[in-house]
Design a binder for this molecule. Structure first.
Ligand code: ACM
Length: 770
């Protein structure tokens, strides 16, 4: 076939993606269908006004000298663009400098699909000389023998001019990245889609730019995973670290030990064919799949299937807390044989050279209080539980090495002597990064990037992977959301001098240590994430992190992050993500026919942070009986980022800095929030699922009235006192989840919701005329 349009072979994932895309198109969106030159009927769509879009984000913040630069995200190393653009041609001729492999042809197909969707009309790709008005895209790349791999050649140079497009890549990954950047140069103008003229030279800062996804605590069906791969490609993330076994479930079909998936998965697992499909689709997008099967702790699901390998028998099946605790018995040779055989089978399914064995949070009591394990340790002069774990790690690492695998483990595995080529995933803080890199271990950093803490994008984004400050992300979140804590916030725990020394930030990494930092990962643990929440809990925050991991530090511009992220969020949804659509569906389930007031409210508030919304986590911390938490409540629908609130806060900042023309914008926004409460209360009266958010709705109205009064509208005699009270109440609610420590000891605001417009209202109040 030498022509191609954005129609694709029926049955491919892309058809599914486009079909899904159409299913998600709301009533207010215009659909166009047209015939393409190949005779098939491609469908193209032009989204006019998708629900839940980030409308109102302060795009002006991102316009320079009246010109909006093309949004290529992550920001390339060099992007030269004058603002000039030319009409996107109907025809694009692909010229490959050497014969393209099937993988490269499929990448071109994806580009074609995406250009059609972004353009809103068919575009024909040909490999023959261009017809009049057509354009040639010349692609050159050396051959990549093993792809994808830890040493992918990701650099590329892209030139886009009205006379032709050239993409010179260092390897296949560079081609994929160049094509992604090219698709991001499309934008709509009055007369149709245009392509921005640009010169890009680009390469990543870090080779490992991952997304860790926990499929054990909540199973994520394959289509949900495939959608993440598309989005990952769009932001140049290149490692899907998939957490496949934990206490909650073992998620892969095992033909050697079938009880693992029949008993250990509650019927929800990936077949081996599905795993192969995932790996194949990921490879097509330049994404490595690094599997994790967590042992010797977090092994409850494996032990449900094969209890004879448990450290403590019989397995405690009545206490839900045990799900996170049960550990293997590493002193039993049969256990080691079992784990080696499980790992051998699983390693065969995943071609990547890295295999993650977990190794985190082995509960010491599981071993120390087991009489036969304690006796074994004494007999073999094993001084500590950590040393016993190190023996275990060495054993399984050796067996995996014989299969060509490099072992990766969470940072606990380095607490004793382990093979020097073990890759450490640092999650408990910079001290562990310092320790791992000083010992010469290659290291991936995920500690500051736990998306399930539900911090806003900017908090993660402003934390550099090499930042050695403990809880830097937490500090950023506090500074952004609240300002100083109210006076009655519980103090941090009194630390012993030893604990204080441990908490002191380690010195900056040396050059040798930095050379061992492979990169970083965004991580999503899914205790309180169901499949229908997945996209909105990952995106667009992962797009911000993708930039943090790709672009050099100086290019990570937080001042333009939100408007850019708002555009990326819409772009990713346009290309197949379901973040907006699934959020809307959750609302439709809660309040059918009456979603509007809830949507207004939930776009201005966020869920409480730092695991405060993970009720089981809190129950276990308080030694209460752990219960299963139903999901789908307002706090599950609200986003950790409120683009509406960010826009309002930015406008309030601009207003007090002298942009008085923004008064009407601010008044309109505040009036909408102030008036929303009665509509919300009406909707909640017949949809009880909304009732947990009644207090948050009233608080939003109080804050909005405070802002309006500060602007001089609707003042009552005691308006200032009311405004201060509204602010203090909202700040107290926010402070209650300022850190994991605070969360444990502080009641949370009703409905687990916090207000996001506090900084803007406070600014208006501070500047108000008497
Ligand atoms: C972890 O969060 N337990 C690695």
């Amino acid at each position: 076939m030498d022509t191609q349009t954005c129609n694709l072979t029926p049955g491919t994932k892309h058809t599914a993606m486009i079909a899904q895309y159409f299913r998600s198109i709301p009533a207010r969106t215009l659909l166009l269908c047209g015939l393409a030159l190949t005779g098939a009927a491609p469908c193209v769509a032009m989204a006019q006004d998708a629900p839940g879009t980030a409308a109102g984000a302060p795009l002006h913040a991102f316009v320079r000298n009246g010109v909006r630069p093309p949004l290529v995200m992550p920001a390339p190393a060099v992007l030269q663009a004058s603002g000039a653009a030319f009409a996107l041609p109907q025809n694009l001729t692909l010229h490959w400098s050497s014969p393209p492999t099937p993988l490269l042809l499929r990448a071109a197909e994806r580009l074609c699909t995406r250009l059609c969707i972004l353009a809103g009309r068919p575009i024909v790709f040909t490999q023959t000389p261009p017809p009049p008005g057509g354009l040639v895209l010349t692609i050159s790349t050396p051959k990549d023998t093993t792809f994808p791999s830890p040493v992918m050649h990701e650099g590329y140079m892209l030139d886009v001019t009205p006379t032709g497009i050239t993409l010179n890549a260092k390897g296949y990954a560079g081609v994929l990245h160049g094509l992604t950047s090219l698709s991001q140069l499309v934008r709509q103008e009055r007369d149709g889609p245009v392509l921005a003229q640009a010169h890009i030279e680009d390469a990543p800062r870090f080779a490992w730019r991952g997304l860790m996804l926990d499929t054990s605590r909540h199973f994520m069906p394959l289509p949900d995973l495939l959608r993440q791969l598309d989005a990952m490609e769009m932001v140049k993330l290149n490692v899907l670290h998939i957490h496949l076994s934990d206490g909650a479930a073992f998620r892969v079909e095992s033909r050697v030990f079938p009880r693992l998936h029949t008993l250990g998965s509650h019927g929800q697992y990936y077949t081996q064919e599905q795993v192969q499909q995932l790996v194949r689709e990921a490879a097509d997008r330049g994404i490595r799949v690094v599997p994790e099967f967590d042992t010797p702790g977090h092994s409850y699901a494996m032990l449900l299937a094969y209890p004879r390998y448990a450290a403590n028998t019989p397995l405690n099946t009545t206490d839900r807390a045990e799900i996170n605790r049960a550990a293997l018995d590493p002193t039993n040779p049969a256990t080691l044989g079992f784990v080696n055989a499980v790992y051998a089978e699983m390693a065969g399914l995943f071609p990547d050279p890295v295999f993650h064995i977990g190794g985190d949070e082995v509960v010491a009591k599981q071993w120390a209080q087991s009489p036969h394990i304690a006796a074994y340790m004494k007999q073999h002069h094993i001084a500590s539980v950590a040393a016993l774990q190190a023996d275990y790690t060495r054993h399984v690492a050796h067996a995996l090495r014989l299969r060509g695998k490099t072992v990766m483990g969470w940072d606990e595995v380095q607490e004793a002597d382990i093979p020097p080529d073990t890759i450490i995933e640092s999650w408990r803080g910079p001290a562990h990064t310092a320790q791992a890199t000083a010992a010469g271990h290659d290291t991936v950093i995920s500690g500051p990037y736990y998306l399930d803490r539900l911090l806003p994008a900017s908090a993660y984004y402003t934390t550099d992977p090499l930042d050695m400050r403990k809880d830097a992300a937490e500090e950023q979140a506090a500074a952004q959301t609240t300002g100083p804590n109210p006076p009655d916030t519980p103090p941090a725990p009194a630390s012993s001098p030893a604990a204080k020394a441990e908490e002191a930030p380690p010195p900056p990494l040396t050059a040798a240590q930095k050379a061992h930092v492979l990169g970083a990962e965004a991580a999503l643990w899914t205790e309180v994430v169901s499949p229908d929440m997945l996209d909105a809990r990952i995106w667009p925050r992962a797009a911000a992190l993708a930039e943090r991991f790709w672009s050099v530090q100086e290019q990570c511009d937080v001042t333009t992050l939100y408007p850019r992220l708002a555009m990326m969020a819409d772009r990713l949804d346009l290309l197949g993500l379901e973040a907006h659509a699934s959020t809307q569906r959750l609302l439709e389930r809660l309040a059918p026919g009456e979603t509007e007031a809830a949507a207004v409210l939930l776009q201005a508030v966020s869920p409480v942070r730092n695991y405060a919304h993970n009720h089981e986590f809190l129950q276990i911390r308080h030694k209460q009986t752990a219960t299963l938490q139903p999901l789908g409540a307002p706090a599950d629908i609200a986003s950790p980022d409120s683009f509406e609130a960010e826009a309002f806060n930015a406008e309030a900042r601009a207003f007090v800095a002298g942009h008085t023309e923004l008064r009407h914008v601010l008044e309109n926004t505040l009036t909408r929030w102030a008036g929303n409460n009665s509509a919300f209360a009406r909707a909640a009266a017949h949809n009880t699922g909304l009732t947990p958010a009644l207090v948050a709705s009233a608080q939003l109205a109080d804050l909005a009235h405070a802002g309006l009064a500060a602007l001089g509208t609707g003042r009552t005699p005691n308006w200032r006192e009311n405004a201060r009270t509204a602010l203090l109440t909202a700040k107290k609610g926010i402070a209650a989840s300022a850190s994991i420590h605070v969360v444990t000891n502080t009641p949370q605001p009703e409905g687990d919701l916090i207000q996001r417009i506090v900084p803007g209202v406070e600014l208006l109040l501070d500047q108000a005329t008497p």
